[in-house]
Design a protein around this ligand. Sequence first.
Ligand code: PMP
Length: 800
Amino acid sequence: MAAQVEGIKFLNRNLPSFAVEEARRIAREQFGLEGELELLVSERDQNFRITSPGGGDGYVLKLANVDEDPGVVDLQTAALRHIERHDPSLPVPRVIPSRDGEPSTMVRAREGTQHIARVLTYLPGMLLEEAENTPELRRNLGTLMGRADLALRGFFHPHARHPLLWDTMRCPELRVHTRHVGDAEARRNVESVLDHMDAVVLAQLAGCRNQIIHNDAHSNNVLVDPDRTDRGVGLLDFGDMLYGPLVVEVANAADSVAAHAEDSVRALAEVAAGFDRVLPLEELELDLLYDAYLARLAITATIIAWRKAVTPGQPAYLPEYEAPCWAAIDRMMSRGRRAVRSQLREVCRFPPHCPSPPAPSPPDDVGELLARRRRVLGRSLYLFYDPPLHVERGLGPWLYGADGRPYLDAYNNVPVVGHSHPQVVRALSRQAAALNTNTRYLYRSVLDYAERLGAVLPGELSACLFVNSGSEANDVAWQMAKLLTGRGGALVMEHAYHGITAATAELSPYDTTKPLAPHVRTLIAPDPYRGPYRHGDPDLAARYAADADRALAELAEQGHEVAAFMVDTSFCSNGIPEVPPGYLAAVCAKVKAAGGLVIADEVQAGFGRPGSHFWGHTAHGVVPDIVTLGKPVANGYPLGVVVTTLDALDEFGRATGLFSTFGGNPVACAAGLAVLDVIEEEGLLPRAKATGDHLLEGIRGLMSGHRIVGDVRGQGLLVGVELVRDRKTRAPAGAETKQLLNILRDNGVLIGREGPHGNVLKIRPSLAFGPEHADRLVAALERSLAALVIPTRTSAKPPT
Ligand code: PMP
């Protein structure tokens, strides 16, 4: 109802009609101002500019409409004073107090009516409406409003919710007036906008950031510099100010500049980007901008039509704006919410939108992305899945397709505490906003992080060298081992993968078509399912460990003494075998006895994956000389670490002076610290153990119904499921495994494959994975196994 009442006020305008002489007397007697008076154009009030020689730009005497609510005038005065305190250089009028020191006084007109009189400083400039409507102007307009809202952030006033016809949050009240829109299609359009606001958007806007906003920075209320018209030099008319959603400020400021622009969507995006520059928009706010802008256009169009209908014969209201406003409504609606949101996101650098729930007909842009990818990333970088998966968002254990479809991510171990964990994201962004530099300077986060790592590592392992990836960490660890031992021989597991640098590639014999480097020997994988010694043998650990004697002897034959044994403590690329207890400790003892060092590559196993332990090596009862960390360290922010004893690090440092520019930067360390916090606070180790046990049990339950499942093994949240064509011969079912991955993807679950034959399902989810996710995975695996058909060919891929 209030908007109706306000509407009536607005239809019967009751403009005050003081004579110039009376106004001059008010200025002199009430405000102590003398000078020339000039009547200015106004919608609601009677405004006189007062100038005097030597008096600068002068003042504006504002004689309010008889209906003006004194509370709303006070709201404006208080807001202007608040802005003056919080952003003194923001170009808004200053309040000039009366001779009594009040911001306004009451004056009586000849007719006996009472009017509020007040004086503001006059701001010179050219109306934005008259300036060339350029991208710079639109961005700067957005920035001006961002600054205004920043300045108004802590402001409140009891009249901030005054009823206003132009209040976007009350736009459904205008629904009764849409009947005045003559054109049927246009009417349907505004009605659908108002109805959608009512049904969906208003509740969402109410949940966004709300504060007192100017609400009406249209092109008649903003002044620009006549010499540089893209510069806003004045923000006027705070009469429509109210408490409302911040994003409505952007929509209303964009109002006419976007409507008059050739590309209204781009223009709207430019205003938003300008605003975002000083007052970053939240994702939901940006996504609601399309609706908020359309609502503003619908409000304007309805009011114009209504006023025309009920005041026949009177001059038209906003005559020059009527046609552009309708045209903008058409343009916006024909582009559609989805396309406009995408463009707004692109301009404001938000990642692409992932609708939820899934869009009914997802756009098929995979072909286009593939073509672009081939051009810029080359033709040989293979993609998971056929067709490849287009993802733009992840949260916790979920990844979301660009079409909004959720996929349970049981593959990616890098986001160890879950995709986009808010605590990690916050830590990253707060540190990035404060400082990012390198370890040549003193700063706390790198020290805090190194100390925290040392506290979760065994023995003397507490001295850190920071790099940026697992490969680099292994490369440095290998350099270190050679330097500390003065030797050059290496032992690694067969099919191991340790990195992409020249040195670590030589330590990565996963590609069996390439000859081994002479300084490298491999150990047989301790795989009691497929290897030479199998379950049932009472001496499995010792038998497999004895292979180290052979390898050490072979190394010596090649003229190399062992510098180090580098081992992925999860044995991931060996197909996640069930390593016999005591095996790794026995091998390490042999290596140490031969004078070599043990490098535990924790890139896969580290940070709680085994569930029972924080590290793979501790799960195997081994204390290494050097530990390398990668992948999960910072939940996806690049960070690699080499940890060793202080003496070892000092010796290496003295000899090499090795330093990495990005290694251990404050942002990486902040992320790393947040990962450790989350693992601890959310109890992710015991959870990984419980979830892993539950998962193993669930998958083992499928073995009786699916003969292709030959073996199920794992520890914590690293589970291998070996598929075989025949349980007796154990013939690897590589092609079936590959096919199964695609079927699982169709069933909404992402899993990888591993092992020399590519026939082991690699289940390696984040530790955010819980029993409910495990159940979902098992159900999907069961459905997918049932859908499997026998294909013809397989190929092994490098581990990732
Ligand atoms: N070590 C192991 C055990 C790995 O699995 C990997 C990556 N798959 C690496 C090292 C190399 O890490 P990055 O890709 O970060 O260089």
